[in-house]
Ligand binder design. Sequence first.
Ligand SMILES: [Zn+2]
Length: 314
Amino acid sequence: MSVGALRIGVDLGGTKIEAIALDADGRELARRRIPSPSSDYRAVVEAVRGLVAGLEVDLGATATVGVGTPGSPSSATGLMRNANSTQLNGEPLPADLAHALQREVRVENDANCFALSEAVDGAGAGRGTVFGVILGTGVGGGIVHAGRLWRGPNAIAGEWGHNEMPSRTGTALADTLCYCGRRRCIETYLSGPGLAADHARSIGATVATLDAHAIAALAAAGDRAAQETLARYAERLASALASVVNVLDPDVIVLGGGVSNIDTLAANVAARLPAHVFSDRCTTPVVRNRHGDSSGVRGAAWLWPSRSYAGAPD
Ligand SMILES: [Zn+2]
């Protein structure tokens, strides 16, 4: 098997690093997973090198390598920025991985990898413009148009999570401070921790002890406060996505990340979206992802070949 026939994707997560090998048709051939080295950047580079080398020995072939990360390489400097795994920030990850693996390695934001995976053969397959949304520890997004990842000159396209939360949904917004230094970022209300904090505030608790999964279970069991929290969340998500629709008008919005596992969420947001969009009609589908936790690692593999990619990292 030659380079190009086999694709390896690597997902650098906060708790684990996962690698997958796909054949030319996107079938999974092998997968490996290790815990993330907690704080040592050089150990992260070495861990990725080791995972790729192990898969190539298993499969008896060399592969293209794409890597999904929190944050992304700056198009100006090639250095990582915006990563919540802060040991990556300021480091030349694409160059160091290329040196360690002796080939070009494409490094891309993990939400972009999610969007690409769902556009290639997931819930957005066959659609012209796909907006992929991550609702997890953070809130991110990625845009795929005509099968190509849309990065933009600042490599920031799709990052709606650090826009300011629209405030006209009829429910008062707590004044939040985001880790990025800005106030009232969408992420502080619509991430998993943001949802948990909103629920805690609504019931007068000082500490958020219930996560998104627990709040959804309470709501399903008839708990009024949990139901109201999920209704506020759906309304805020619809309102925040409406500004994306007004600018991009995607053919489909695909939800990913842990919060998207709430059964009723996608349908509730789709129903609420038209009220916030500046159009006489809004038929934009809002759907759950198809590949679940594998979307990030599959999308990293799909960073090759170039037909599914708008350009190599600078
Ligand atoms: Zn922010």
